[in-house]
Design a protein around this ligand. Structure first.
Ligand SMILES: [Zn+2]
Length: 505
């Protein structure tokens, strides 16, 4: 067992430039002190789509969506023939039913949607006897049984609807999930209001530290996301400052920074960044002019031709095996490609060059290639040998590298605009719940969610572009001696560093 415990802290939507600005302005002194003592990677690459469920799953499994199976904030379940909505907004949850969205978020994401054969950090560490803990975090699956405790608001909601919300679950040894789960009694008041959750998280983390309650702690600070969505990422010094003071509560409970760091290694990172958005893209409405699009409340999914899953600045579009006339894949592709606000249209093709339509669950993608289009530029690629990317992935390609603004220098594929483009697109497309088309939106656009909501005038994320995708990854007391140890860091590198710290590689 290593001498130090490890705290994996994520600040939702944290941008490196805003973190450094907050530190320079004296608004984030604890994060500043950590940066001084640690190794900062300024441009760690998020998942694609660069949204929290996908990114958090990547962080704690070390795999992309093809490995962990969580494809977005919203996706279409081909087997159940319905949308899965994790709560893009309260209005979106309402469109599907708040209870159903909550059930998908809390239980199904961990116990049904997350690949059962891909181990999370909690499961790996639990199996090795490391004492695990987490504050409210989307992906919490571990090896300890937890009984549901219904308190407060949720209890009233459950009683009012007569619905049974009685599931126990599997999590880390210490699991804190607001009103639902608390593995030990803590004097901390949960809040279900978005944008005011960091305090509860910090309170639980500090209590755990005071009582020697963990060797590995996942400490979540989600509020910065809400603030950046609302006021734009450029305004986020305010919410970063709050996250810093919440982190400081854990440090205080550990005896101040020197004592705390003598006992604890820290990883501080973002799940993704954010960019300003000024326009909503009403994808379902636009496609609905030519095809019948499955509605959230549809009782008869057989009649629909398309399912549309907005997920921030990305989206999935599914071709449905409807009872009536099917949508022509080529016509849908052509339409998507000319929609204003759509940047990249990505899809799979079968070995003979036809669009690979995955109407049934479990359609194999073996032998498929991926195609990515940006306007007139079209690139086809797949695993191969012609070029090497910055992480050592090898690919064959034909067509126009301009589709992903890439160049090849000395056999190495580089793209400044779209970090780690090929493996991220490939992973998104070959994931079992991927749309037949995966879209990445242009700067300034956000897909309108099923509740009719966008953050136009504020910020958002989800695209393959660097602005949404690159965030800080800071190691203190663990990880590399220098950021240059890798040409490119991604969220997939986080779990291996943690396992390595505990001697589990
Ligand atoms: Zn967000």
């Amino acid at each position: 067992m290593p001498a130090k415990k490890l705290v994996l802290t994520y600040v939702d939507s944290l941008r490196t430039d805003m973190l450094l600005r907050a530190v320079a302005e004296g608004r984030a002194p604890t994060f500043g002190a950590l940066i001084e003592r640690g190794v900062l990677v300024e441009d760690c690459v998020s998942s694609f789509p660069s949204v929290t469920p996908v990114a958090c799953a990547e962080m704690v499994t070390g795999q992309g969506a093809d490995g962990h199976w969580i494809s977005g904030m919203d996706w279409y379940h081909r087997l159940e023939r319905r949308y899965v909505e994790y709560g893009s907004s309260l209005e979106a949850s309402r469109a599907f039913g708040v209870f159903r969205a909550l059930y998908d978020l809390v239980y199904n994401m961990n116990l049904a949607h997350l690949n059962p054969t891909t181990e999370t950090l909690f499961e790996r560490l639990d199996a090795a006897g490391v004492r695990t803990a987490c504050t409210p975090f989307l992906i919490y699956r571990g090896r300890h049984r937890h009984q549901v405790s219904l308190e407060g608001l949720l209890r009233r909601a459950v009683d009012a609807t007569q619905l049974k919300f009685r599931h126990h679950t599997w999590g880390p040894a210490e699991l804190f999930y607001g009103d639902l789960y608390a593995s030990s009694e803590v004097p901390c008041k949960p809040s279900s209001i978005p944008g005011s959750r960091d305090g509860y998280s910090a309170c639980c983390a500090a209590e755990l530290a005071r009582h020697d309650g963990f060797e590995f702690l996942l400490f979540s600070l989600p509020d910065n996301d809400n603030y950046s969505h609302r006021y734009g990422p450029e305004a986020s010094v305010e919410s970063i400052s709050k996250a810093d003071s919440c982190f400081a509560k854990l440090v205080e409970a550990g005896g101040g920074l020197d004592d705390f760091l003598a006992d604890h290694a820290v990883v501080l990172l973002a799940d993704h960044a954010q960019t300003p958005v000024h326009r909503g893209l009403p994808l379902a409405e636009l496609l609905g002019r030519e095809w019948s699009v499955l509605r959230p409340s549809e009782s008869d999914p057989d009649q629909a031709q398309l399912a549309v899953s907005p997920t921030g600045r990305a989206a999935h579009v599914y071709l449905l095996p409807g009872a009536g006339e099917r949508a022509d894949p080529e016509a849908v592709r052509a339409r998507l490609n000319v929609l204003e606000g759509v940047d990249l249209v990505c899809r799979l093709e079968s070995a003979d060059g036809d669009p690979l339509v995955r109407e049934e669950p479990g359609t194999p993608t073996d032998g498929a290639t991926a195609t990515v289009e940006r306007g007139e530029a079209r690139l086809r690629f797949g695993p191969g040998d012609a070029v090497v990317d910055l992480r050592g992935g090898r690919w064959d390609f034909e067509g126009d590298l301009g589709a992903i603004a890439a160049t090849v220098e000395d056999g190495r594929l580089l793209s400044r605009d779209y970090p780690d483009p090929l493996s991220r697109i490939w992973s998104a497309l070959t994931a079992p719940h991927a749309g037949d088309f995966v879209l990445s939106l242009a700067p300034g656009y956000e897909a309108v969610d099923w509740g009719g909501v966008t953050h136009a005038g504020g910020g958002s994320h989800g695209s393959l572009l660097a602005g949404d995708s690159l965030g800080p990854l800071l190691f203190v007391g663990c990880g590399p001696a220098d950021a240059s140890e890798r040409a490119q860091w991604t969220l997939r590198d986080v779990a291996p560093v943690v396992l390595d710290h505990f001697g589990l590689t």
